[in-house]
Write a protein of this length. Structure first.
Length: 185
């Protein structure tokens, strides 16, 4: 058996050598899995971009986003079917998504040219990943609002809390339970 070379060199029993070899193999497998695993941040960014693009495309020939809310988005096929369960929208990170004019998902009123996509019940890690997601310039995002038990924070371009949100700010403001609202034009 070829394992005797390793056993004699390191003075290990056959069982100990096989145990170490298995542990190394499992460690390498886990390392490769985590290195090659697709980033959740990228998938959430794609998810937000797809939803906002679908909404903006639906309303492109209208003067405003009148009537938009979660139910309207579902009925008008703006939300991919795999995200809909029990007439609610859920993200890849398992949090509920609400679409409308504000963090509560109220219906967009006539003449309003902004809409919101809100992620509810995010833990600290999901909040940080969502806040630091990099949306491209064509997404139309104008602000991101974070709401938790402590307060509400609004991140805007050129504001005191600037967009894009830094890792430091995400770490500082995300708490145990959060809601994150993306406002689009």
């Amino acid at each position: 058996m070829k394992t005797t070379f390793g056993n004699k060199r390191f003075h290990l029993s056959s069982n100990a050598f096989l145990g170490i070899a298995c542990a190394v193999a499992i460690g390498l497998f886990l390392l490769l899995f985590f290195l090659l695993k697709p980033s959740q941040t990228a998938s959430v960014t794609d998810e937000i971009s797809t939803l906002s693009r679908n909404i903006r495309t639906h309303f492109q020939k209208k003067t405003d986003y009148r009537g938009l809310d979660t139910n309207f988005a579902i009925k008008n096929n703006m939300v991919p079917l795999e995200k809909i369960r029990a007439n609610k929208v859920y993200s890849k990170n398992k949090s509920e998504i609400i679409i409308g004019r504000d963090i509560s998902g109220n219906t967009v009123m006539p003449t309003e040219n902004l809409f919101a996509i809100t992620y509810l019940n995010l833990d600290r890690n999901k909040c940080k990943k969502l806040l630091t997601s990099k949306l491209d310039a064509t997404s139309g995002v104008v602000s991101i609002t974070l709401e938790n038990e402590e307060a509400s924070y609004e991140f805007t371009y050129g504001g005191s809390l600037p967009l894009p949100v830094s890792s430091e700010n995400a770490k500082k403001f995300c708490k145990a339970k959060n809601a994150v609202m993306f406002t689009f034009e």
